[in-house]
Design a protein around this ligand. Structure first.
Ligand SMILES: Cc1cc2nc3c(=O)[nH]c(=O)nc-3n(C[C@H](O)[C@H](O)[C@H](O)COP(=O)(O)O)c2cc1C
Length: 178
């Protein structure tokens, strides 16, 4: 898929998935796109667990989401960060930004390959879900799941939200100038 078409087509998908497997070959391509993302000082801090074991996928899906994409995911990608990130430049850590860059690259790869997903973050942070999933995936102490991507072949047309107009958010040279 052409790059700008992929960018436009990407959207958060919270609908159901077809009963179609996601090939490991495709999963490797998707996560490679995440690995290729920029990171602060090239520290490459984000780690990933690809969950395609049917029992584990089912156990994650049981954590009471109203989101059909979580309930029916064929695969999850868990993005893992350090609980106490190391400062790598002038006292700053960039793990969250590193992770976000990797997630966006993966969402674009998912879209380009015809699959769908949604960036799950807030849902993980309540009712101890990130910890519960971390236990299922054998995360060591000191690591946590920051973002979870449910993946599958979309079964519905899920509405894509409108974005604000270019002129509402962008200016050349001086903020707010007409
Ligand atoms: C940092 C971040 C956290 C998000 N967390 C969630 C989430 O927990 N659950 C969810 O359904 N969507 C989540 N989203 C997706 C946003 O709701 C979505 O990107 C936004 O509504 C715009 O829609 P679009 O992705 O279709 O353009 C998150 C997105 C970002 C960037």
């Amino acid at each position: 898929m052409e790059f700008f078409t992929t960018v436009k087509k990407r959207h958060s998908y919270r609908g159901g998935f077809q009963d179609v497997a996601v090939a490991r070959w495709d999963l490797e391509k998707i996560v490679q796109a995440g690995l290729d993302a920029p990171s602060g000082k090239n520290a490459q801090t984000t780690q990933f667990v690809i969950v395609d074991d049917a029992t584990l996928v089912w156990q994650i899906a049981q954590l009471h989401s109203t989101n059909k994409a979580v309930q029916q995911a064929r695969v999850f990608i868990a993005c893992i960060l350090d609980k106490n990130p190391e400062a790598i430049y002038e006292g700053f850590a960039f793990q969250v930004e590193d992770c976000a860059a990797a997630v966006e690259n993966m969402l674009l790869a998912i879209t380009a390959l015809g699959y769908a997903s949604v960036w799950i973050d807030g849902w993980l942070r309540i009712e101890g879900r990130a910890q519960k999933i971390g236990q299922l995936l054998g995360l060591p102490d000191g690591k946590y799941i920051r973002v979870l991507l449910p993946i599958g072949m979309p079964a519905e047309n899920y509405k894509q939200p409108a974005k604000k107009l270019f002129a509402q958010r962008v200016w050349f040279n001086r903020y707010g100038e007409k």
